[in-house]
Write a protein of this length. Structure first.
Length: 320
């Protein structure tokens, strides 16, 4: 498949893996890149020494394109731009902060920069700052969110109607059908988070993967809407059900125990950031199978839509 995004990033499939703290490391990211998508290495954990080691592993695991994320609210290292550039990466997403803070510095070093946005105003600000593209993230997605949530069905076509840069859609994407919907709304690529948490190569404990597979679409909570710090969408557990009504004074302190949940399997130890799309995920699969199935279903769906409406096959789709 060829479009502006695949040409810009040098990838086979316009599918990007979300930069999830502690999860978006070399094992998962290399699997995505090797399967034809774009793997991302996170920095939001703030563990830059660990991230440096993951980058070293990444280079030994794939020769395909990959990228990194700078989550500005969580990584306050004043040398983060130099850190990212020194890793030899060519693509960066910036998030959780001012799109202009690092854009010029990154682009002047030859990197392609996309910024993650939760609203039209944020998208227009990012484009004005000079970013090469956007990750437009609907509020149904897992992780940290704007407290004034807007969902993909509204946000994506709104932003697409006002900007002329490539858009990666995030929030609610797990397969070819949802990818086709995102393209119909104006995207040229998609980002998958929760679907990748439940991939075979995901490093999280099997308890979290099982929780995703067994969940309903109603089994997330939107936390900290009115508290200090970011809002977030997470898996419904005993802890998060309580926090939905009585949020802690500092929601971020809950992630001090993230490793006990993420890798130890204690689902009440911390907060499992997870999107509503888990209600559509019914199995744990290898990344290569996820991407292949997604592209096959994507082509089937858009071709079927065209044929049902008497438009013939879609000229943009080419298997291979």
């Amino acid at each position: 498949m060829r479009n502006r995004l695949t040409e810009l990033l040098g990838i086979r499939y316009p599918i990007v893996q979300a930069p999830m703290s502690w999860i978006a490391r070399s094992r998962l990211a290399s699997a995505v890149s090797n399967a034809g998508g774009l793997g991302i290495i996170e920095t939001s954990s703030g563990r830059l020494d660990e991230v440096r080691e993951e980058v070293r592993k990444m280079k030994s695991l794939t020769d395909r394109p990959w990228g990194m994320n700078i989550a500005q609210a969580f990584v306050r290292d004043p040398d983060i731009v130099s850190f990212v550039v020194d890793q030899g990466v060519r693509f960066v997403t910036t998030s959780a902060g001012d799109p202009g803070k690092y854009c010029d510095a990154l682009k002047s070093r030859g990197l392609t920069v996309f910024h993650v946005v939760p609203s039209l105003a944020a998208a227009e600000k990012a484009v004005a700052a000079g970013v090469d593209g956007l990750v437009v993230e609907g509020a149904e997605g897992g992780g940290f969110k704007s407290s004034r949530e807007v969902f993909t069905m509204v946000l994506l076509p709104l932003v697409a109607s006002r900007v002329n840069v490539p858009i990666i859609a995030a929030g609610g994407i797990a397969d070819g059908r949802s990818m086709a919907a995102a393209f119909a709304l104006g995207a040229e690529g998609v980002q998958m988070g929760t679907r990748m948490v439940a991939a075979s190569e995901s490093p999280v404990h099997q308890n979290w993967k099982n929780a995703i597979v067994n969940a309903r679409e109603t089994d997330t909570v939107f936390l900290n809407r009115h508290g200090t710090g970011p809002a977030l969408r997470a898996l419904r557990t005993g802890k998060t059900t309580q926090y939905e009504v009585e949020p802690p004074g500092n929601i971020m302190s809950e992630f001090d125990h993230a490793h006990k949940l993420y890798f130890g399997g204690d689902m009440e130890a911390s907060i499992a950031v997870t999107g509503q799309v888990m209600g559509r995920i019914d199995s744990v699969k290898p990344v290569a199978e996820i991407l292949q199935d997604t592209m096959i279903e994507f082509e089937t769906v858009i071709t079927g839509l065209a044929q049902r409406n008497g438009l013939g096959p879609d000229p943009l789709c080419a298997s291979g």
